[in-house]
Design a protein around this ligand. Structure first.
Ligand code: NDP
Length: 290
């Protein structure tokens, strides 16, 4: 009595999803543009379909994990989606997800968009920390929650179908900012007699200690009071930035990753935000009203 699943797309991620559902005993029908990848799964119990249309016709719950939005368009054009529960785990932009949701609704399908916060080896491994962000039809999510929870944890972030993609990109963007900071830090020590493997634990612990600051930022954004709970004012922190730039210069390191952030700090200070936290920088990034 496990919910049958149709899965379109057997790349690295699709194959990992397929194996997780098979291992949990869900009847699974798969299709892939290049059929050899589907055949490999047939030995593990998957039913293979000769076309995307045939795969979609097999079951109500249809999960799509293709390269990009264009490949979803290519694959599903002309396929009857009437009465289907379409779950699109293909990475795309929030606007693509909203357009795809309207497109699915016009074809008589319920639509849920997903953003996978995991790499394939984390799929089907409980406690690996991977999860999928979902947004769109709440009734679809509730109905298939248990099935969707088989490959990875689930986090539903609202009815707006674009919000899973938006959360996905926001989280990964923060990650890249963190990697940028770490890259600058490693560059600073690189020419010295400092073992990077001795430095790394200090770096990891420091970043970990600083991460909870995002909760205060969130409180400040919600209240509109950017001075709330501030321990290091923008004025104090901006006064410190010349030492960071001078140290980079001394070490022969380009400041190109740090400078843009410092420039925003100076702009906010010039606007009168000296007693605030760094939160005002966020307002400077907003190019037009949302
Ligand atoms: P792969 O590159 O391994 O696989 C891509 C899949 O898309 C293949 O099944 C491929 O078919 C298919 N495909 C590409 N173009 C078309 C097309 N025009 N028509 C039909 N099928 C097409 O990618 P992944 O499996 O790794 O990723 C799939 C999705 O999951 C992506 O959106 C990715 O961003 C997302 N994701 C992946 C993560 C990862 O770490 N791998 C992490 C988080 C999200 P064929 O075999 O015929 O080439």
């Amino acid at each position: 009595d496990k919910t049958p699943v149709t899965l379109l797309g057997l790349g690295a991620m699709g194959t990992a999803l397929a194996r997780a559902w098979l291992a949990a005993g869900h009847p699974l029908t798969v299709w892939n543009r290049t059929p050899t990848r589907a055949r490999a799964l047939a030995a593990d119990g998957a039913r293979t379909a000769g076309s995307a249309a045939e795969a979609v016709a097999a079951h109500t719950l249809v999960v799509v994990c293709l390269l990009d939005d264009a490949s979803v368009e290519d694959t599903l054009t002309g396929v009857d989606l009437t009465g289907k529960d379409l779950v699109n785990l293909t990475t795309g932009t929030p606007a693509q997800a909203r357009t795809r949701a309207e497109w699915a609704a016009a074809r008589g399908a319920r639509y849920l968009d997903g953003g996978i916060m995991a790499v394939p080896p984390m799929i089907g491994v409980p406690d690996a920390g991977g999860y999928v962000l979902y947004s769109g039809a709440p009734d679809l999510f509730e109905q298939h929650r248990a099935t969707l929870a088989v490959p990875a944890g689930t986090a539903y972030v609202g009815e707006n179908p674009g919000h899973a993609a938006l959360h996905d990109v926001a989280l990964l963007s923060a990650m890249y900012g963190m990697f940028a900071g770490a890259a600058h830090a490693f560059a600073l020590i690189r020419r010295e007699d400092i073992d990077p493997t001795a430095f790394a634990p200090l770096l990891a612990d420091w970043l970990t200690a600083m991460v909870p600051a995002v909760h205060l930022t969130a409180e400040q954004l919600r209240s509109g009071d950017y001075t709330k709970g501030v321990t290091s004012t923008l004025a104090m922190q901006t006064a410190g930035t010349p030492a960071f730039l001078a140290t980079a210069e001394e070490q022969g390191v380009s400041p190109e990753l740090l400078s843009p952030y410092f420039a925003l700090m100076r702009r906010r200070l010039a606007e009168g935000g000296g007693e605030e936290d760094l939160t005002g920088v966020i307002d400077l990034l907003l190019r037009r009203p949302a």
